[in-house]
Design a protein around this ligand. Structure first.
Ligand code: UD1
Ligand code: CA
Length: 475
């Protein structure tokens, strides 16, 4: 028996005022659909069917770009005729998995989690239900489907617009997440009728249809108060961002991470932070970033998919797809573009950009320097204003700098070029040839000194000035 998932993602974000599927709107930088899929993957549910509709190609493109653990297929719902109609589109998928249970999720409710999925399944199986609805209690249930309970479990779900005044007062709401016994779902799904205020095929009506077949229906009240929350407009989406942001910060506070001020601090759900680290204001930690122990990150850092070791200090740094080893100090105002690897104890100072390069242990790049496509050894010293000239307008070339080299201020290193072990380049040189180990390379014009030249110039200038002053006075 295998359990499987159908995720409803057909709707348009009309009220978001965006020409893309609503489920691709982002919470903490990740599409809502991503939150939902990764909750399934956490719960080891790896057979997933996504129902796409409006601008479905964007969903395909997103799924292709993603590193999926799960086996994800998609089906198209050409017209959005309701949540029940969306599930009908997954008929073939459901028939293939008809011996198990199907989890149905809304792609626009990102806070579903593994504990809820598993808790609901446990109830579903222990009670032998045809359907188990995940619910939550809401202070303001406006807009959600209401859960009508009876002695056996539940009697049905009534949409807000179809509620009687008494039903409107019910505060237990439908999260839009359900476990169905797949065979039971298939048995009633095509009996749905659009007899309601919106003239849509409501998936929620399956509950009553399953009960009418003599099967049990129950509701699982999630401990996660946010499980039902979805976003219909930008205001709602901002609210989801705020909730997710604070939940994650609170999780890290509980883990002992120090925050001095959380203004502008945004930490992605998949980020990890080691003990004794501190995060300062304006810092965004994105994607699969890993931060070691005893680090000081901030203020104003953006760190994306970057692995950071222990005791690292970053101040006003942006780092993307990079590796920063133990004891490194970087900043302020530094950008590490993808493919940078900064080894132990290196120091990167202000106004430095590094791209697709390795910086060796203990190397110092103190100020105003660009290092691109380079392999830099250990204990190298860069003077101020060094540039690796890696691009000829057509192709890119690598620069190699071996251990203990000393690169003078304002050196241009025209790649491909190699600076040997312990070699020096003189300040202001434009190096176009390889420099052997321990050598000094100077590539600059010889200075010519003209004694007394400036004095003569000054005399001429003074005379000119005197004449024009006399002219102005009408002499
Ligand atoms: C639905 C539930 C409601 C529940 C709420 C929780 C129904 C009838 N109502 O209402 O009881 O409280 O979710 O959020 O199911 N979708 C499609 N195709 C369609 C229609 C919707 O794929 O034809 C997708 C949407 O993209 C969305 C999800 O299904 O991801 C839910 O649809 P939505 O229209 O937002 O349903 P609600 O009115 O919120
Ligand atoms: Ca919704």
């Amino acid at each position: 028996m295998s359990n499987n998932v159908v995720i409803l993602a057909g709707g348009q974000g009309k009220r978001m005022k965006v020409r893309s599927p609503k489920v691709l709107c982002r919470v903490l930088g990740e599409p809502m659909l991503e939150w939902v899929i990764s909750a399934c993957e956490d719960a080891e549910l790896n057979d997933i069917c996504v129902v796409k509709g409006f601008e479905g190609a964007q969903i395909d493109a997103y799924l292709e770009s993603r590193d999926s653990k799960a086996d994800i297929v998609t089906v198209l719902q050409e017209e959005q005729l309701g949540t029940g109609h969306a599930v009908m589109m997954a008929k073939d998928f459901l028939e293939k998995h008809a011996d198990g249970n199907t989890l149905i999720l809304c792609g626009d409710a990102p806070f579903i989690d593994r504990a809820t999925i598993e808790g609901a399944l446990a109830l579903h199986e222990s009670r032998g239900c045809g359907v188990t609805v995940v619910t939550s209690r809401a202070e303001d249930p406006t807009g959600y489907g209401r859960i009508v309970r009876n002695d056996e479990g539940i009697a049905g779900i009534v949409e807000h617009r179809d509620c009687t005044p008494a039903q409107l007062a019910i505060t237990e709401i439908n999260s839009g997440c359900y476990w169905f016994r797949t065979a039971d779902l298939l048995e009633v799904l095509f009996d749905l009728q659009p007899n309601n205020a919106q003239q849509e095929y409501y998936l929620t009506d399956c509950v009553e249809l399953i009960i009418n077949k003599g099967r049990t229906a129950d509701a699982y009240i999630s401990e996660n108060h946010n499980v039902s929350l979805g976003a219909n407009d930008r205001r709602g989406l901002l609210m989801l961002n705020d909730i997710a942001r604070m939940d994650i910060i609170e999780k890290w506070l509980d883990a002992g991470i120090e925050f001095t001020c959380i203004d502008g601090v945004i930490i992605g759900k998949d980020v990890t932070i080691g003990e004794g680290s501190r995060i300062d204001k304006g810092t965004e930690l994105r994607g699969k970033t890993v931060i070691g122990q005893g680090c000081l990150i901030g203020s104003n850092c953006i760190i994306e998919n970057t692995k950071i070791g222990d005791n690292v200090v970053l101040n006003n740094v942006q780092a993307y797809e990079s590796v920063i080893e133990d004891g490194v100090k970087i900043g302020p105002y530094v950008q590490l573009r993808p493919g940078s690897h900064i080894k132990k104890g290196a120091k990167i100072g202000d106004f430095v950009e590094i791209k697709k390069s390795t910086i060796g242990e203990g190397t110092a790049v103190a100020h105003l320097t660009y290092i691109g496509d380079s392999d830099v050894g250990a204990n190298v010293n860069f003077g101020c204003g060094v540039v690796t000239v890696n691009y000829d307008g057509d192709r890119k070339f690598r620069t190699v700098i071996e251990d203990n080299a000393f690169i003078g201020c304002n050196t241009n290193l025209v790649a491909p070029v190699k600076i040997g072990k312990g070699a020096y380049t003189a300040a202001g040189s434009t190096i176009t040839k390889d420099v052997p180990p321990s050598a000094l390379a100077i590539e600059r014009g010889t200075a010519t000194i003209k004694e007394g030249y400036a004095e003569k110039k000054l005399k001429n200038r003074t005379a000119k000035f005197e004449n024009s002053r006399k002219d102005d006075q009408g002499h």
